[in-house]
Design a protein around this ligand. Structure first.
Ligand SMILES: C[S@@+](CC[C@H](N)C(=O)[O-])C[C@H]1O[C@@H](n2cnc3c(N)ncnc32)[C@H](O)[C@@H]1O
Length: 207
């Protein structure tokens, strides 16, 4: 039974247990923590956009790191099951149809754009990969539209079809890029995170 298998797998998963004991909404918080510790992504007072934020562990972590002077906007198709501090604004909507202005609100720009978005899996690897790449490219477009001059960009993508063109798009827009598979990524997952730093003043044109 998939439900029972899932329960058993979770009980034996150290990241799941740790997230529960530290009151985080999801184990994926440790992926962001690893990336933050490695690349120094989050600082007090920053403005952060978190795309695909449900159930909210990245929002919990990022809101503590930026502190009450910072601002965070989280977007997801579904409402969140947790209560958030007052410097976090949640928008329920679809990243593929929402306009940049609705996300920006009263903020001039974002210092960091995060995307942990994942498509609903169909079981057909190639179509899941293409949909993941579509979400990734949309997150990158929003990072370029709404980011400050020094914006950093971090986004998840499934390896496979669509990955190389997506990575090439990031490299045209940012000077430093790194593809990372955090320790907390499940063994069977094909996900990686692209970390992009030092935004170029003018993106290199596509060939
Ligand atoms: C892996 S979860 C994110 C976990 C989150 N980072 C956390 O730590 O709690 C991926 C989320 O992406 C959202 N998502 C997928 N496609 C989306 C879309 N088109 N627009 C907005 N959110 C989307 C899903 O609803 C889901 O909640």
């Amino acid at each position: 039974m998939p439900g029972k298998l899932n329960d058993r797998r979770q009980r034996h998963d150290p990241y799941y247990r740790r997230a529960k004991s530290e009151s985080y909404a999801a184990r994926s918080v440790y992926k962001l923590q690893e990336l933050d510790e490695r690349f120094g992504l989050l600082r007090a007072g920053q403005r952060v956009l978190d795309l695909g934020c449900r159930p909210g562990s990245w929002l919990q972590y990022a809101s503590a790191r930026v502190g009450p002077q910072g601002r965070i906007v989280g977007l997801d198709r579904e409402p969140l099951p947790i209560t958030l501090p007052s410097h976090v604004r949640l928008i329920v909507g679809d990243v593929l149809t929402i306009g940049g202005d609705a996300l920006r609100g009263a903020l001039p720009c974002f210092d960091l754009v995060l995307s942990d978005m994942a498509p609903d899996t169909s079981g057909v690897a190639s179509s899941d990969q293409l949909r993941s790449a579509e979400l990734f490219e949309r997150a990158l477009a929003l990072s370029l539209e709404l980011g400050c001059a020094q914006t950093a960009f971090v986004a998840k993508i499934l390896m496979g079809e669509g990955f190389e063109p997506a990575l090439a798009s990031v490299k045209r827009a940012y000077r430093r890029t790194k593809v990372v598979r955090p320790d907390a990524t499940r063994r069977q997952s094909t996900e990686v995170y692209v970390v992009a730093l030092e935004r170029r003043e003018a993106p290199v044109p596509a060939p």
